[in-house]
Design a protein around this ligand. Structure first.
Ligand code: NDP
Length: 245
């Protein structure tokens, strides 16, 4: 089905819950057609879509694994064929697999790197090829405070998210004069499934604002960076962390 859009088209990876869902809703509020990507949770993605539409947007949900180029390539080819354009890409999908580095298995190392960092490559390169042709677009990737300050047990996650920042800054410099902006948002602790097992009372003592953040508080910054209000911002990392450093 040809669903060529008059609305701006946004792809959000990992949109079935948490920060990704909040980003989808904010982009819906901007009037976007939002492609809600997910991996394992179709019901979560469907609920996101309901909320995108309630916010004034349109969209669809689409399952694929961002870590697997054999999955991202046909999915993106299908999106390009049907929707013709991509205006916004939010690389949000991410996982943790914590453990002390000396005991970290290759699977834990690779899984986290492949999702956040190779996922950035698998998604951003083909989307940029499209954006470059139109000389227009915005890419925002979700890194983490763990990329910026040491965190025991997260060498894999810190490496993936720091790599994401390095890659985003370099790509931003490459495409800036082509009308495309590439930025990063680095959240601190945000209340989602990813953090539900943390001892929150202990954790709060490390945060100057003495509370953990809400997904919406990250999503509003992502929305700003995606919008024309951020037309002179590229290659930046914006922290959303309650003042953690
Ligand atoms: P959640 O665990 O709540 O949600 C993760 C989302 O990513 C889900 O939609 C999941 O899909 C999707 N996902 C995971 N792996 C893949 C994959 N290989 N391909 C496609 N989708 C995938 O996480 P958060 O909302 O907390 O985190 C969102 C992002 O923010 C992540 O990159 C995370 O690293 C980062 N972040 C989170 C912080 C926090 O405190 N929560 C702090 C700093 C950064 P499905 O449900 O279908 O499996």
């Amino acid at each position: 089905m040809d669903t060529e859009q008059t609305r701006p088209v946004a792809i959000v990876t990992g949109g079935s819950k948490g920060i990704g869902r909040a980003v989808c809703i904010e982009l819906g509020r901007m009037g976007c057609y939002v492609v809600v990507n997910y991996r394992r949770d179709p019901a979560g993605a469907a609920e996101t879509l309901v909320q995108v539409k309630a916010a004034g947007g349109e969209g669809e949900s689409l399952a694929f694994d961002v870590a697997d180029p054999a999955a991202t390539q046909p999915a993106l080819a299908d999106i390009f064929k049907r929707l013709k354009t991509v205006d916004i890409l939010v690389n949000n999908a991410g996982i943790t697999a914590d453990g002390l580095f000396v005991m970290m298995s290759p699977a834990k190392w690779d899984g986290v790197i492949q999702t956040s960092l190779s996922g950035f490559y698998n998604m951003t390169k083909p989307v940029l090829e499209k954006m470059i042709r139109r000389k227009k677009g915005s890419v925002v990737s979700i890194a983490s405070i763990s990329a910026l300050v040491p965190n025991r047990g997260q060498a894999n996650y810190s490496a993936a998210k720091a790599g994401l920042i390095g890659a985003s800054r370099s790509v931003a410099a490459e495409v800036a004069r082509l009308g495309i902006r590439v930025n990063v948002v680095a959240p601190g602790l945000i209340e989602t499934d990813m953090t539900k097992d943390l001892p929150l009372d202990n954790v709060k003592t490390m945060i100057p604002m003495a509370r953990i953040g809400r997904p919406e508080e990250v999503a509003k910054v992502v929305r700003f960076l995606c919008s024309e209000d951020a037309s002179y911002i590229t290659g930046q990392v914006i922290s959303v962390n309650g003042g953690m450093f």
